[in-house]
Design a protein around this ligand. Structure first.
Ligand code: LLP
Length: 427
């Protein structure tokens, strides 16, 4: 857990540093990321899966050079899904062979760069891409390790999964109708490719393991069919990411060791039934590692009570630093962190500074009735998909990421400046 507490004055502290000091030194809004917590979570995943499996951190959740270094040091691999993420991974010193390259529309330049750099695997997402990657690899005189991403017909939600419907989406090659088997056939024929396994990613913010169970069953079924048809046993399977975290107290996430145990058991059982050697398993958690490790620190600007409705509390950021509430109706909690208060709780909505009424950070929150401009609020669990999905809407500057550890704070991604914005405007 994050090393958070309160000091004698009632100010929230993280890694021993008061939130008020962080706000003074670095300004608001800011993402405050607990490095020790990040490393502990990364290590917990690594340890849970052990030496016979690989953990690829999903860089889309949040990526910076510092994060790449921590992951490297903690023995994790890295999943990237664009040339930009690949550049960040390489620049942060992640060895190329520990990088997996994803995406449904990788450009020729991105593929060339990845193969030249020597990435450990490219995850192929379409028939055209199978041919494209094979040709590029061959023209570079290389044989590229690849996996094929399939859709197994499982849509995983937080507490249920709906079979069949989910082949209607842009990612992967459907298992249905023999399409995945055909993709394997083609990949095995191409000299530029070394097919090492099958990939499946069933969704995000999942708490229920039954979707993974069905996915593993179907992936292993395909491995069995491949063995029967081609006489080869593919050595790897990747079950993707998607493990849920607690955004509010209603969420009850599983620990990495429970997840590792469940996934390993499912795959082993299915392989025994199919008389296959158990393949090396990999997973791609993003949110489950970085999500809980950061909070966003905001300053309250205005407090507007609407009689009989609620009080609108405006903070100095909003949908440009956390789009998830507007985009997914995501739920967050919020706390007053620059002081404690004995005032009655009031029904509040925490909103941003953008010119849009959907610019909501926390839809329903209880905050002390004496809340006032200048108070600091923290919104927890913003480590994943907040900075990485941040925008410059309304030409608002994207906040910095501050890493805290053992009483020290350092900027790992600096705050944008107006010069940064104007640098791109060359008209
Ligand atoms: N692997 C693949 C192939 C993925 O597509 C994703 C997420 C992950 C791993 C990591 O999933 P995680 O463990 O972080 O749930 N922006 C959204 C989520 C979209 C995720 C897309 N793919 C959000 O804010 O919730």
């Amino acid at each position: 857990a994050q090393t958070v507490g309160r000091d004698e004055e009632g100010v929230l502290t993280v890694a021993g540093i008061p939130a008020t000091r962080l706000a003074e030194e670095f300004g608001t809004p800011a993402y405050i990321l607990d490095e020790a917590d990040f490393r502990a979570r990364a290590r917990a995943w690594r340890t849970a899966f052990g030496a016979d499996a690989d953990v690829f951190y999903a860089g889309k959740a949040f990526l910076s050079r510092a994060v790449v270094r921590w992951l490297h040091e903690e023995g994790l691999n890295l999943d990237v899904c664009s040339g930009g993420e690949l550049a960040t991974a390489l620049s942060g010193g992640m060895p190329a062979e520990r990088i997996a390259f994803h995406g449904n529309n990788k450009s020729v330049q991105e593929i060339e760069r990845a193969i030249e750099a020597g990435v450990g695997r490219i995850v192929l997402d379409s028939f055209q891409e199978i041919v494209r990657v094979a040709h590029i690899a061959q023209s570079l005189g290389k044989r590229q390790k690849v996996q094929i991403r399939i859709t197994v017909g499982v849509e995983a939600h937080t507490h249920e999964f709906i079979a069949t419907a989910h082949e209607d989406q842009k990612f992967g090659i459907p298992l249905a109708g023999g399409q995945a088997a055909e993709a394997v056939r083609r990949a095995l024929q191409l000299d530029g490719l070394e097919l090492i396994g099958i990939h499946s990613h069933i969704g995000s913010q999942i708490f229920d393991m039954s979707g993974f169970e069905v996915a593993a069953h179907r992936v292993v079924g395909l491995l069995r069919d491949i063995r029967d048809e081609h006489g080869v046993e593919l050595p790897e399977i990747d079950l993707g990411g998607g493990l849920g975290i607690a955004y509010t107290s209603d969420d009850d996430p599983r620990e990495p060791h429970e997840i590792a145990k469940a996934l390993t058991e499912i795959v082993t059982r299915e392989c025994e039934a199919a008389r296959l050697r158990t393949p090396r398993i990999s997973v791609e958690p993003g949110r489950a590692i970085v999500g809980p490790t950061a909070f966003t620190l905001y300053e309250v600007g205005t407090v507007k009570p609407l009689d009989g409705l609620r009080t609108y509390v405006s903070v100095d950021g909003g949908m440009s630093d956390n789009i998830r509430t507007a985009l997914y109706d995501a739920e967050y909690s919020v706390a007053l962190v620059s002081r404690t208060s004995d005032a009655e709780p009031m029904l509040a909505r925490v909103v941003g500074k953008h010119c849009e009424s959907g610019d909501i950070v926390v839809k329903d929150a209880f905050l002390p009735a004496d809340l006032a401009p200048g108070d600091l609020l923290a919104v927890p669990a913003t480590g994943a998909y907040c900075r990485s999905m941040a925008s410059n809407y309304n030409h608002v500057l994207r906040p910095p990421v501050i890493a805290v550890k053992d009483g020290k704070a350092k900027v790992i991604v600096r705050r944008e400046t107006e010069d940064d914005l104007l640098r791109l405007d060359v008209g």
